[in-house]
Ligand binder design. Structure first.
Ligand code: DC
Length: 233
């Protein structure tokens, strides 16, 4: 079967996916797609619909509201320099990193109507171009024929520490370490136990534990794997 010219980089929040993905993309000249940012953009956009996304299933009325929102508005990924995600003319690059958007993104992502929209959006950006995507279900659902599939992990403690430092650097530290750690654990739980496209390693994926490894180690590992496998296609 023909493989997709894609590196699927999946893993839980804060495992270092985006840092690694950006560097791999640069070295290999691939398009980089941050699918978490896309989920966050949709979460941000839908927060004012008044729909309760924490309920297990959306009813058909909720789905109609969401579908017509998708129909009436235009989301764009990296359409212009410096703008990662955009809703109509609104630049969402910064607001999607806010703490409450992280939570909401995890909540909306268990619903089929939303995942279907996101799946189409992700595939439409890639088309046939070589790309690296980071997310949760890239190797299992979006590109199951990806040339390289990596599942990047790290302990919850380590991931919370990284998120803490990141928020501090951005001057957005409104929560203490313990509440960030609890949030990470809660999001892991939601992401891993949802019915549709749960966060898990693809059967043919390679698990890479980032604890104690340098970014360079991980980038080199992935770049080498891509070069080996691309050569043998
Ligand atoms: O990677 P991130 O933290 O920016 O992602 C935010 C949320 O979006 C995450 O909690 C789960 C969801 N997500 C998803 O379900 N599937 C993806 N491919 C990417 C993100």
């Amino acid at each position: 079967m023909k493989k997709d010219q894609v590196i699927a980089l999946d893993g839980p929040s804060g495992s270092g996916k985006s840092t690694v993905a950006k560097l791999v993309a640069k070295q290999l000249n691939l398009i980089y797609i941050d699918t978490g940012a896309m989920f966050r953009a949709v979460a941000y956009a839908l927060q004012h619909t008044g729909i309760d996304f924490t309920k297990p299933k959306l009813d058909s009325h909720d789905e109609q509201i969401i579908q017509s929102f998708f129909h009436d508005h235009r989301f764009q990924f990296a359409a212009q320099p410096g703008v990662l995600v955009q809703l109509d003319n609104l630049n969402l690059t910064d607001v999607i990193r806010e703490h409450h958007v992280s939570k909401l993104a995890s909540q909306i992502s268990k619903h089929k109507v939303i995942r279907d929209f996101l799946a189409e959006w992700q595939r439409s950006i890639v088309q046939d171009r070589p790309a690296i995507l980071d997310g949760r279900d890239i190797g299992t659902v979006i590109f199951p024929n990806a040339v390289v599939k990596i599942f990047l992990t790290a302990s919850a403690q380590e991931r919370a520490q990284r998120r803490f430092e990141e928020l501090k650097e951005r001057g957005q530290l409104e929560h203490d370490f313990d509440s960030i750690l609890n949030d990470i654990k809660e999001r892991d739980h939601v992401d891993m136990t949802r019915e549709i496209a749960p966060l898990k390693k693809a059967n043919d994926g390679i698990e890479l534990d980032s604890t104690g490894k340098t970014v360079t180690d991980m980038v080199t590992f992935i770049v080498n794997l891509w070069n080996q496998r691309k050569g043998s296609l």
